[in-house]
Design a protein around this ligand. Structure first.
Ligand code: FAD
Length: 405
């Protein structure tokens, strides 16, 4: 059976989030982007409509909705700006889902509940100055010392590093091992003390209304009870968190394409050239038709991935495809939207250039375009199998050494 109709709860969610974003955030986003300003009240406002714990069960402080709802909300947030969707990606997809999937019951109550209820803002620190795609090459260390670990190292390009209260961080408990030497830790900024410092990354090319920063760890003491999973399970935890993050990134990209389509249709109907609306020219129609096709395809891909996740079925391949396709498509759609707007598109007078600047980042993060291309090639050729019987449950087997993530 194929059923593409949203449930009444999902429909209500879309209407609520769309209206809220239009009233609360759309009026100021262009100005904030121009001023490179993240409004620190944003996270709390998203919590007001239940988004900070959207897909987590109520018993952990969440809103009890499903993965499709998480995708739909991601689309609506990115329709207004990437900076909003990025909050869902790191707070829920990368950090919260990591704890939800891998945490013991006590950890879910103690560490997930404050995140889901919006009391604490979560972020995810995997990337290092010399290790991005090559996760197994990370150099941060976690040395056991009695009932604690001592963390040292540098994390960079961490979304919302400067505003997060809770970090899901990855460090080597066995520095000589590759991916099997990585462990995962939930680190609270206040408990970490002066050893944990964050610094914003300045002069980014886009997502200027959001924050990206570096984390420096200097002899940060983390209690053993904040280790997620077993020692050596960090790589598997990172991959499982990334899968949930990527899902929101792919869904968000559909929002960018829809925004580019809407702005382009409006402009093409208004702008006159050679005595008629530019929308009457077939080459302009081609760009707009491509945006529509890309939107439909991207939305179907993320909805399928969300459907698989709701059913507890393997979704790695579907999520990677949705993320890869939709992010590439969003970047192309934004580029075409600027083209439709002509010289006016090449400025901040219209929002489309902001979407173009923003749309480049998702082609790089949560698995670059090249990494997802190789992943899809490997699946198609039979070199890679979806080995997670239930992607939302622990038990995910780490990929063999050397396999791309
Ligand atoms: C705005 C933004 C926000 C981010 N937020 C976070 C965050 O919250 N947390 C976090 O941990 N990280 C975050 N990142 C980091 C991001 O995940 C990394 O940038 C990404 O994993 C790529 O790593 P890299 O930049 O080191 O590039 P590299 O891995 O050095 O890659 C450089 C180039 O080489 C290519 N390449 C590398 N290996 C291969 C291969 N085997 N085959 C083919 N091509 C290859 C890549 O595709 C790319 O084109 C963020 C990045 C950005 C831009």
């Amino acid at each position: 059976m194929v059923d593409l109709e949203l449930t009444s709860d999902q429909q209500l969610l879309v209407e609520t989030v769309r209206e809220y974003m239009a009233n609360e955030f759309a009026p100021t986003i262009q100005e904030n982007d121009t001023n490179h300003y993240y409004d620190p009240g944003t996270f709390a406002k998203l919590g007001e409509i239940g988004l900070t714990g959207i897909c987590f069960p109520e018993k952990y402080g969440g809103s009890g909705m499903d993965y499709v709802s998480l995708g739909l909300a991601s689309e609506e947030l990115e329709y207004v700006d990437h900076s909003f969707r990025t909050i869902l990606s790191v707070h829920i997809g990368l950090c919260g889902c990591g704890i939800f999937v891998w945490g013991a019951e006590e950890q879910k109550q103690r560490l997930l509940r404050p995140l889901a209820s919006g009391q604490k803002f979560g972020a995810f620190g995997l990337t290092e100055p010399n290790a991005g795609s090559d996760v197994a090459g990370l150099k941060a260390t976690a040395r056991r010392d009695g009932d604690s670990y001592i963390l040292n190292g540098e994390k960079t390009w961490v979304s919302y590093a400067d505003y997060a209260d809770t970090f899901l961080l990855f460090a080597k408990t066995d520095p000589d091992a590759k991916h099997r030497g990585i462990s995962a830790f939930v680190v609270d900024r206040d408990e970490a003390g002066d050893g944990l410092t964050t610094t914003p990354i300045k002069h980014k090319a886009g997502i200027n209304a959001g924050d990206t920063g570096s984390i420096s760890l200097h002899d940060v003491r983390v209690p053993v009870e904040n280790r997620l999973g077993e020692e050596g399970e960090g790589f598997a935890i990172a991959m499982s968190s990334l899968e949930n993050g990527r899902y929101t990134v792919g869904a968000g990209a559909a929002g960018t394409i829809r925004a580019c389509l809407d702005y382009s249709v409006k402009y093409a109907n208004e702008r006159q050239a050679f005595g008629e609306a530019i929308g009457k020219f077939q080459l302009v129609q081609q760009m707009i038709a491509n945006m529509y096709a890309k939107y439909e395809a991207s939305r179907l891909l993320y909805l399928k991935a969300g459907w698989l996740k709701n059913r507890g079925e393997s979704s790695n391949r579907a999520v990677s495809l949705a993320k890869w396709y939709a992010c590439d498509a969003a970047f192309q759609a934004a580029s075409d939207a600027v083209q439709v707007h002509g010289a006016y598109g090449y400025s901040d007078e219209y929002p489309v250039f902001r979407y173009l600047r923003n749309a480049k980042a998702p082609v790089i993060y949560e698995g670059t375009r090249e990494i997802h291309t190789v992943i899809q090639g490997e699946y198609a050729l039979g070199y890679r199998r979806d080995r997670t019987p239930r992607c939302t449950l622990p038990g995910y087997e780490p990929e063999p050494e050397g396999v791309l993530v």
